[in-house]
Design a protein around this ligand. Structure first.
Ligand SMILES: Nc1nc2c(ncn2[C@@H]2O[C@H](COP(=O)(O)OP(=O)(O)OP(=O)(O)O)[C@@H](O)[C@H]2O)c(=O)[nH]1
Length: 543
């Protein structure tokens, strides 16, 4: 017997004796007689488990009040989903109270703070026996605890608080990702939010909170909710994963397998609903969870092997989720020792999974941004000289032009053209010509200021826009670049080759209606420089 004056921290399975009654042949009086005859077996684990698919068991817990006073205690059977739970309290071989409850009955009469079953006991001095009959097609596990008022309150508040934390975390992620969807219009965020929502509801049902708070009267719905929500969770997961990993494009067989398994599970569930066969629905749901988990893992593995970075986060996420679900499932079935931790492993796994999936989504967005930036850069850059191309120059020059016009600040432009470039090409070959262009590009990049904008304008013609720069300053700059070029010797098979260029400079004037007008005036100056013998700077004002 359990002494009620002791503090018991964990479930009392080892103090319980039990008798399995799979055919449900015994009534409570016969069961009590069998206990008196010593037919009950002592429990071996703190939480007793009896498998899934229609277990029915009698449990007896004997409580000993060693004090001369009546003691008040609560007996908590901490599994929310058991269909039939009958408590019979005996003293001196006589039944003194009973409570018929379970998931088959509306939630009324059960404690709102506890999703399990709490039977309050008035214990006179001496021995009291509590005989419990539990039967359910769901996984049967019976964690039994005895607590006084304060202990029950403490236990319940801890529970509510930790569940609240978990649900709060999930809800925040759901709202945040839904908001992101409306901001970015990327379907993956919505599917992720959907996946998390269905998990939250499924977990809400699994823990009994759904029955306690949302549908206390709906016994019929409570019966089907668990398998239905598990199936919905799997479907939402597959929808999210196939979209997130873009399985249709990257691995069509997996995509088809996902579609086929969703169709099959929905058919099988409908069939069990038509046949009103709840154990079948549960079996279908558990088998589907297995298929779902395997598919999720395989798809992630495949994409990781293909080199997808975001798939790594995804795979890590799914592994955490799967391990959590596996631990919970195995412990609920009785294949692993059951405890509060194993009971809530699926929930904890999902919290980690949700966090990692959020990172996976973020990583996808970042990669997409990087690709876009690279593409933009490539579209705006001249591949030979790494300077802006003509397109980029026009695009970026707009701001320069606007500022110069509005604020009436000077803007100058320098155009330059390599002298006798055709001869270089003809004498030393096209590859050498390219090398000359590259070197010139490098010289320009090294000598312009940060605010200047340099571009390759055409074949061997370059242009430099110099904001906030007067004609004089631009001419000085051009002269310096000319000098740098003169001192830059290229080598061709041991022969030293000198490159020179001609420069044309112009500053914005009232008559310039657009950038082309300004460039045209600089071009005229360049033409002049060529005409005067090349290897020099001419400016528009000097003409
Ligand atoms: N190697 C190489 N040559 C190019 C490239 N783009 C244009 N060219 C050559 O540049 C030469 C330009 O020659 P022209 O326009 O006659 O001018 P030039 O020979 O430099 O003579 P001036 O400008 O009058 O001093 C042509 O032979 C083009 O084929 C390029 O990307 N690489």
């Amino acid at each position: 017997a359990v002494s009620v004056m002791d503090r018991h921290t964990g479930p009392l399975g080892q103090a319980v004796v039990y008798l399995e009654d799979p055919q449900q042949q015994l009534d409570y009086q016969q069961a009590y007689q069998r206990w008196l005859q010593g037919d009950f077996v002592p429990g071996t684990d703190a939480t007793l488990t009896f498998g899934i698919g229609g277990a029915s068991v009698w449990l007896l817990l004997e409580l000993d009040n060693t004090t001369p006073l009546t003691q008040f205690r609560h007996l908590l059977l901490d599994t929310p989903w058991i269909d039939e739970v009958h408590f019979h309290v005996f003293r001196h071989g006589v039944e003194i109270s009973r409570w018929i409850t379970g998931d088959n009955y509306p939630f009324t009469g059960r404690s709102q703070l506890q999703t399990g079953f709490v039977k309050s006991l008035e214990l006179r001095p001496g021995l009291t026996q509590v005989l419990i009959h539990a039967s359910t097609p769901d996984p049967m596990l019976v964690p039994l605890r005895v607590m006084d008022d304060a202990e029950l309150m403490d236990f319940s508040l801890r529970r509510v608080f930790t569940y609240g934390l978990g649900y709060g975390f999930l809800l925040a992620l759901i709202f945040y990702n839904t908001a992101l969807y409306f901001g970015i219009r990327d379907r993956r965020y919505l599917l992720y939010a959907l996946y998390l929502s269905v998990f939250t509801i499924a977990n809400f049902s699994y823990t009994g909170h759904g029955f306690a708070w949302l549908w206390p009267e709906s016994v019929e719905w409570q019966r089907w909710a668990q398998p239905l929500l598990m199936i919905s969770f799997g479907c939402a997961g597959l929808l999210f994963a196939t979209t997130f990993l873009d399985m249709r494009r990257h691995w069509r067989p997996a995509y088809r397998a996902a579609v086929v398994s969703v169709v099959l599970v929905l058919l099988a569930f409908t069939l069990s609903l038509v046949l009103q066969n709840q154990p079948m629905a549960l079996l279908v749901a558990f088998v589907f969870m297995l298929v779902f988990t395997l598919l999720m893992l395989l798809m992630g593995l495949y994409r990781v092997r293909q080199g997808s970075v975001s798939a790594r986060f995804y795979l890590a996420a799914v592994v955490f989720g799967a391990v959590g679900t596996l631990v919970t499932t195995l412990s609920v079935w009785g294949a692993l020792p059951s405890s509060e931790w194993t009971f809530r492993a699926a929930e904890m796994g999902m919290l980690v999974e949700a966090t990692l999936l959020a990172l996976a989504l973020a990583s996808r967005i970042r990669r997409a941004q990087q690709r876009q930036q690279q593409a933009e850069l490539a579209a705006n850059t001249d591949s030979l000289t790494q300077l802006n191309n003509r397109r980029a120059l026009y695009q970026r020059a707009e701001t320069f032009w606007g500022v110069a016009e509005r604020r009436k600040v000077p803007l100058s432009v320098v155009v330059l053209d390599i002298d006798h470039f055709k001869d270089f090409n003809d004498t030393y070959g096209h590859a050498f010509g390219d090398a000359v262009l590259q070197r010139l590009g490098q010289c320009i990049r090294e000598n312009i200021r940060e605010q200047d904008l340099a571009a390759r304008w055409g074949g061997e013609e370059f242009i430099i826009l110099m904001p906030n720069t007067t004609l004089d300053k631009a001419v000085t700059f051009a002269g310096r670049l000319l000098e740098v070029l003169r001192n830059t010797l290229m080598e061709y098979e041991g022969e030293r080759v000198q490159i020179t260029a001609s420069f044309g400079v112009a500053q914005i004037e009232r008559q310039d209606l657009n950038l082309d007008d300004l460039i045209q005036r600089a071009d005229q100056a360049l033409y002049q420089a060529k005409h005067e013998g090349r290897n020099r700077v001419c400016s528009c004002g000097q003409m």
